[in-house]
Ligand binder design. Structure first.
Ligand code: FAD
Length: 397
């Protein structure tokens, strides 16, 4: 049975959006020292469908490790010349979490907390006052709290001043009659598929069992493809490259993740904090969001536990990783070099753990120079200067 809203509509924390980041924050708060705070989650829907599957790498365990669908110690990468290499991940693990397992687990857990309630409504406005924040919903309900965490803010992806690409993908969960998949080695990226113009295209195959796997055709580009083009690439790979004929399609997935270098303001004020994709947790160069969101939320919860509101902002120096991501986006957008070849060189010339560390924004400057040295230097240097020029122009004009 749904828990009743508080009569005075006053909460300690309001979470706008009950998707991945909103539910993760509620969960992390519920297992923290401040688990008794009054929390309201506003979303027009409760998640009950397997609408996405998260794949991500991590060195550490996260609170959702117990519900992982799969966890791998090695991955395979196939370069643009179809050369395969299996990498041991060392301290890292490549993890797979199904949306439905996450939603079911978190919702069941939160049901045990009478102080955490849901409101099925749409957030219409978030207004900051002197000592609180007011959230107004579509049905004109008003709620207040000293802190609001917002995952509903939409980026303006039309801005011509920035690089705005899309990571778009179609996936099929396939079951074969015979045991054909190496269950303990996912194909994390396969660039040995036909590439097109400035786009970066790759396939990935994550085996669930020996005869069940998800095949995902992924593109980095400015525009979406037609439905036929996603299917064509998927079936060409499955039927021509792998020569699979006897298989059943169990599920389909389609998704679009923004690859944008618009600077997202996550700490809007001492009272309004954006989280998830809205809070800049999506890596603009890869689309990975899940593990970065967990890390950012952990820091927020630690600050709240100390009864503080000086939420940690990224320093100018830490933001250099966004500059690298912008550079990569510029290389793709301006078709400066084949991205498949860039990734070939990145993985061939660096330990995979260093590539992960770099993409997580955790490398030292010297490690970053090593990574940069392994890319087509002139093309990236040109892209880097264009990015700096654009940023200066945006700042001063
Ligand atoms: C199909 C798919 C697959 C993905 N796979 C991966 C992956 O493998 N690895 C990875 O790291 N990332 C992946 N991502 C990217 C990212 O992890 C997800 O998009 C993730 O769900 C982002 O979390 P979020 O909380 O920012 O947004 P969501 O999870 O989308 O949550 C936002 C919530 O806000 C609600 N909402 C929207 N507007 C309002 C409003 N006005 N009022 C109230 N509520 C509102 C929505 O209903 C939704 O529940 C994937 C994304 C998609 C779409």
């Amino acid at each position: 049975m749904a828990k009743a809203l508080l009569e005075d509509n006053i909460y300690d924390y309001i979470i706008c959006g009950g998707g991945m980041s909103g539910l993760s924050l509620a969960y992390q708060l519920s297992i923290s020292k401040i688990s008794d705070k009054k929390i309201l989650i506003i979303d027009p829907e409760r998640k009950t469908k397997n609408d996405r599957t998260w794949a991500f790498w991590e060195k550490i365990d996260n609170p959702f490790d117990k519900i992982l669908f799969k966890k791998w110690e090695k991955v395979k990468i196939v370069d643009s010349h179809k050369l395969e290499k299996t990498y041991e991940l060392g301290e890292y693990r490549y993890k797979l979490l199904r949306g439905i397992d996450f939603y079911d687990f978190v919702n069941a857990h939160l049901n045990n907390f009478p102080n955490i309630v849901f409101c099925l409504d749409k957030v219409e406005a978030i207004t900051e006052n002197i000592d609180n924040v007011e959230v107004t919903t579509e049905s004109k309900q008003k709620f207040t709290a000293p802190y609001v965490f917002d995952s509903t803010f939409k980026l303006n992806l039309e801005s011509k001043k920035h690089h705005n690409l899309l990571q778009h993908f179609k996936g099929l969960v396939i079951e074969t009659k015979e045991n054909l998949f190496e269950e303990d080695i996912p194909e994390m990226m396969n660039f040995g598929i036909p590439q097109k113009d400035a786009e970066c295209r790759f396939m990935y195959v994550l085996p669930f069992t020996k005869n069940k796997a998800i095949f995902e055709f992924t593109v980095f580009s400015e525009k979406l493809l037609s439905e036929k083009e996603y299917d064509q690439s998927l079936f060409e790979y499955i039927e021509k490259d792998l020569k699979l004929t006897d298989y059943k399609i169990l599920e389909e997935e389609f998704g679009v993740i923004p690859m944008s270098d618009i600077e997202t303001e996550d700490i809007v004020s001492n009272r309004i904090i954006r989280i998830g994709t809205a809070g800049g947790a999506t890596n603009p160069a890869t689309g990975y969001t899940f593990s970065n969101t967990q890390k950012k939320l952990k820091k927020i919860v630690r600050t709240l536990e100390k009864d503080l509101n000086d939420f940690e902002k990224e320093s100018f120096w830490q933001k250099r990783h966004l500059l690298y991501a912008s550079t990569l986006l510029n290389v793709i957008q301006e078709n400066r070099h084949s991205m498949a070849e860039v990734f070939d060189q990145l993985f061939a010339k660096n330990p995979i753990s260093l590539v992960f560390k770099f993409l997580d924004g955790e490398t030292t400057f010297w490690e970053e120079l090593k990574i940069m040295w392994s890319t087509p230097k002139e093309k990236f240097a040109m892209a880097f200067f264009v990015v700096i020029f654009k940023k200066l122009k945006n700042a001063f004009l």
